[in-house]
Design a protein around this ligand. Structure first.
Ligand SMILES: [Zn+2]
Length: 166
C-alpha cells in the first residue's frame, strides 16, 4: 500500500473476480462478455457504455495492481498488445472510423475501480464521446458485440502474437 492507493481495507475487487472467471450479478460483467484472455490480461466488453460508442472494451491485468504507477512493465506490454488486437477487431467488426483509449488513476483522475484498467473506445465522426454521459447496459445488449470481437480475435490472434520472450 502506498499513499497513491485508494482501495479501502478489505476491498472486494470486481476486476479480480472477472479475471478469475466469476460472474457479477445484475448488470455486471458476465463471462460471455470476455473476448480475449491470456496468462497476463483479460479483455471484456464493458458493462457501462457511452451512447455513440457502443461495445467499448476494458483491458485488465489478471493480477491485482491498483494503478499505472505500480503496473509492471511486462504487463504494460501485454496490455498494449491486447489493445492493438482489440482495436483492429473493432475496426473490422464495428466499422468504426477511429479508436481512443482512456486510463484513469486516483479519484482526481476519475478512477472508480481500484484495479488498473484501460478503456478502448470505437470512435465515429462527431460522436461526442467526451461530452456525453455513460449508462449501464443490459447484459443481453452486450452479447452480439462480444461475439463479433471474440470471433474476429479467434481468427486473427495467432497471426498477431509475437514469439514468447525468453
Ligand atoms: Zn483486482
Amino acid at each position: 500500500m502506498t499513499t497513491d492507493s485508494h482501495a479501502p481495507d478489505g476491498y472486494q475487487c470486481p476486476f479480480c473476480r472477472i479475471a478469475a472467471g466469476v460472474e457479477e450479478p445484475d448488470r455486471g460483467t458476465k463471462q460471455r462478455d470476455v473476448v480475449y484472455q491470456d496468462r497476463r490480461v483479460t479483455v471484456f466488453v464493458a458493462n457501462k457504455w457511452w451512447p455513440n460508442n457502443k461495445g467499448h472494451v476494458m483491458i485488465i491485468p489478471n493480477q491485482h495492481f491498483e494503478n499505472l504507477y505500480v503496473l509492471p512493465d511486462d504487463y504494460a506490454i501485454d496490455i498494449h498488445r491486447a489493445a492493438k488486437l482489440v482495436a483492429r477487431a473493432m475496426k473490422a467488426e464495428y466499422s468504426c472510423q477511429g479508436i481512443s483509449t482512456r486510463q484513469h488513476n486516483e479519484p482526481a483522475g476519475n478512477q472508480i475501480v481500484w484495479h488498473y484498467h484501460l478503456h478502448v473506445f470505437p470512435r465515429y465522426a462527431n460522436d461526442d464521446l467526451y461530452a456525453s454521459t455513460g449508462y449501464y447496459t443490459d447484459p443481453e445488449e452486450r452479447v452480439p458485440y462480444a461475439s463479433q470481437l471474440r470471433e474476429w480475435i479467434g481468427r486473427h490472434r495467432s497471426a498477431t502474437e509475437p514469439p514468447e520472450r525468453s
